[in-house]
Each structure stands twice: as C-alpha cells, then as structure tokens.
Design a protein around this ligand. Sequence first.
Ligand SMILES: [Zn+2]
Ligand SMILES: [Zn+2]
Ligand SMILES: [Zn+2]
Length: 257
Amino acid sequence: MRLTLLGTGDSAGVPHVGCDCETCRRYKEEGKHRTRFSILVENDGERVLIDASPDLRFQFLREGIDGIDAAIITHAHFDHYAGLGNLYRVIWDPLPLYGAPNVLDAVLDEYSYLPFPRRINVEPFEPFEVAGLEFTLVPVHHPPAETYGVVIRDGDTKVSITGDTSRFFDDDSFEEMREPDLLIADAFVPADTTHNRFVADRISDDGLEFADKHMTYEGALDLAEALDADEVALVHLSHYFDNEYDELADDGDSYVF
Ligand SMILES: [Zn+2]
Ligand SMILES: [Zn+2]
Ligand SMILES: [Zn+2]
C-alpha cells in the first residue's frame, strides 16, 4: 500500500489569499503550497481517493495521476468534496463513492448533475473492502458537520486518519484507531499562535483544540501519544505555523507499507 498526501492545507490553503504574514510571504517566495485536503491510497494497481480537494486538478497534474477507481468522502465541507467536479471528463466510468448516508446525501444533492458517482452507503464501524484493503469509517467530533475518520488495514499494517476533529471523540472510535503504524492527524494551528486574535481566542484552555472542531499541533501530538502511533503526519495545516516542525507533512509526501 502506498499513501500520498495530495493536500496538507486547511480549508483556505497556504499561502492564504490576501495574507502578507511571514509564512505566506515565505511560501510565495519559495513557490510552496499547502493545497486543500485529499489523500491517494494505492494498492494492487487500484487507486482510492480519500476526500476530493478543491485543488484536485492541480494535485493530479503535480503527481502525474490520470484517474482514480473509487473515492471516500469523510464529511460535507467544501474543502473535502468540492473537487469532485474536477473529475468530470477525467474519469469516464461510474465511480464508486463511499461515505456515511447523511454525508453522501449532502454531497450528492449538490452534485446531482455529475454523471459518474455511484453511491455506496457505509455505516460507521462496518469495514468495507476497496482495492484489496479494509477501510472503516469512525465518527469523530467536528460540529456541526457529521464527520468521520478513516482506518485502513492491510494485514498487520494499520493507518489511522482522523479527518477533521477536535481532540476528544467517542471511545469506540479511539479504540478503532489505536496503535496505528501511521497516524495522519488534523492539526490546524499551534496553540501559541499570536497571528490572529480571532484564532488565538478560540484555542481551548488545555491548548489541545481549536473552536471545539479541530486539533492544535499540541492536541494532535497528544492524540498520537495516546493512540501509541508509530509515526505521525500532521495535515490540515493553516498559515498560522511559524515553525516547520518535523511532524508537519508536506504536499506530495508518501508512505509505503
Ligand atoms: Zn477541512
Ligand atoms: Zn498568512
Ligand atoms: Zn471540516
């Protein structure tokens, strides 16, 4: 199995439009981007997309991807599904689109004109097989959107993806994600950010959460330790990071198991 992080940015992406902060200036100078969230999983010659970033076209061109065989949508926020339209006239066959019923309702209401999605409802904690891998959706905490993390198993190998979430969510989901070889975790902002009062005021008192719907850098590392993850890749990153901490993933990073 190979995972490629197609997009490691938050919903606004980095550089942030209209921003002249040090991070955005540096990214512009270096021509670096954190595009919006999606992950490509490849196994046995098949390709599964987890979330459809609005930047999907750019991501496919950058990574030389010419199509996918299935997609999974974690929740109905635009930065996780709006890229589906980019697949029009790129894929020509029906595309199995997996997700929780309410999530697919919201996504497919909006994209009813797309000819290719072939809806496949999935219930949380009920494993399903795609590309020879076992996937399980686990509820996380990202109010008010119904949102799921994804656990992938391939024999003894396990990858846990939190999706967008605050630090604390259902015990059953926590148990399902436990002891992964790799944890891919939402880390929106460092707890000590001073960039923006609106953001700084919404960091939880324990420093682990932002606005009760995302983890901070510290929260994501705390979760990784609690889950006993062998390796951690932090994603969904905003321009509020002054430091490029080791755990911050970059667009195009890949992991082979
Ligand atoms: Zn998001
Ligand atoms: Zn900025
Ligand atoms: Zn979200």
